[in-house]
Write a protein that binds this ligand. Structure first.
Ligand SMILES: *Cc1c(COP(=O)(O)O)cnc(C)c1O
Length: 337
């Protein structure tokens, strides 16, 4: 504030470098939100009108919104029953001669396997854009979320594993040209003051938010480890309860959310909330059920994604959560069921 360094300031450049290093990629570009990260990543990769992008039917709507904002057409594929991530067999069946990109989502903090995704994209000549908005720091067993796509999109919404004190986002890319395009697109299409080369927008990561993120990034791994420890306590406490389906999390997930599936979900949720337990639903509707997309997906069915939407419940999980709160949530859940 003393430097009046509010827009594209020093802290933004520092954070971009640190976050790229953290993810294991050569470039990161700060933008205003995760939604804009997706929108601008597709624009920077020249995915637009007439192009189709395949994404999972179970994700936050912003994944599909990013595609639509770039002028392209979202095409949905169903997800895996075990963990809610994109089912690549279903994605393969959704490929047409208009498909330009596939956009897997590292849902709930779990990084989807990079090897099969890279093969999937390479064999079909597609771009791979990761939606890593829930997976800062997650590994797929080998590499980090955000490190293997042509572009990878992050959100720093306060509730994410790495959250700012307001909105923010970033795109990671290994490609210097994509990095250059993103820097123009986020700043009125401008490579240099008052030169405007392409139809850009105003979508910059705020300097104050970057300053917050620089402090918090240093603590992210410790927070993620704590989330995994608490999730392991949930796993133990909830094992072998009839009716409860645990999600198949790998240990190198960063547990953005601790999601299970239960019968009579809405009644169970109400009972937990009445007992003062801040459980929620991620997400109560699939992408094809969102009103704003009804014209795009009318008549389509994604039974596995729909099952997640009907039966899933997210139990409270955050790094500072006391262990007794995990035990209490598990106890109340058991009693409720
Ligand atoms: C949060 C989120 C986004 C959108 O990020 P915003 O910063 O809220 O715009 C996109 N995709 C997924 C999977 C998310 O969880």
């Amino acid at each position: 504030m003393e430097r009046c360094d509010f827009v594209l300031g020093q802290a933004v450049g520092e954070f971009e470098k640190r976050f790229a290093d953290y993810c294991g990629v050569s470039h990161a570009v700060g933008v205003a939100s995760g939604t804009d990260a997706l929108h601008l990543a597709f624009r920077a990769l020249d995915v637009g009108p007439g192009d189709e992008v395949i994404l999972p039917a179970m994700t936050f709507v912003a994944t599909a919104l990013g595609v639509v904002l770039a002028g392209a057409t979202p095409v949905l594929a169903d997800v895996r029953d075990a963990d809610g991530l994109l089912d690549l067999d279903k994605a393969a069946a959704a490929v047409t001669d208009k498909t330009r990109a596939v956009c897997p989502v590292h849902l709930f903090g779990q990084c989807m396997e990079s090897g099969p995704l890279l093969d999937f994209a390479r064999e079909r000549g597609l771009l791979l854009v990761e939606d890593a908005a829930q997976a800062h720091g997650a590994y797929d067993g080998k590499v980090r979320a955000g490190s293997f796509g042509h572009a990878a999109c992050f959100s720093f919404y306060p509730g994410k594993n790495l959250g700012a004190y307001g909105d923010g986002g970033a795109v990671c890319t290994p490609d210097p040209e994509t990095d250059r395009r993103l820097r123009m697109l986020r700043n009125y299409g401008s490579p240099k003051k008052y030169l405007h080369e392409e139809f850009g927008t105003n979508s910059r990561l705020d300097t104050l938010q970057a300053a917050v993120l620089n402090v918090k990034l240093a603590r992210l791994d410790a927070w993620n480890r704590r989330r995994a420890e608490l999730a392991a306590l949930y796993d133990q406490a909830l094992a072998n309860i009839p009716g409860v389906t645990l999600t198949a999390f790998r240990p190198d997930s960063v547990y953005h959310l601790y999601v299970i599936r239960v019968p009579n979900r809405d009644r169970v949720l109400a009972a937990l909330n009445e007992a003062g337990i801040g459980a929620g639903i991620h997400y109560p509707y699939t992408v094809h059920e969102a009103g704003m997309f009804s014209h795009l997906f009318a008549g389509q069915e994604f039974p596995v994604a729909e099952d997640w939407a009907r039966r899933s419940i997210s139990l409270p999980l955050y790094a500072e959560m006391p262990e007794q709160a995990v035990e209490r949530a598990a106890r109340v859940l058991k009693k409720t069921l």
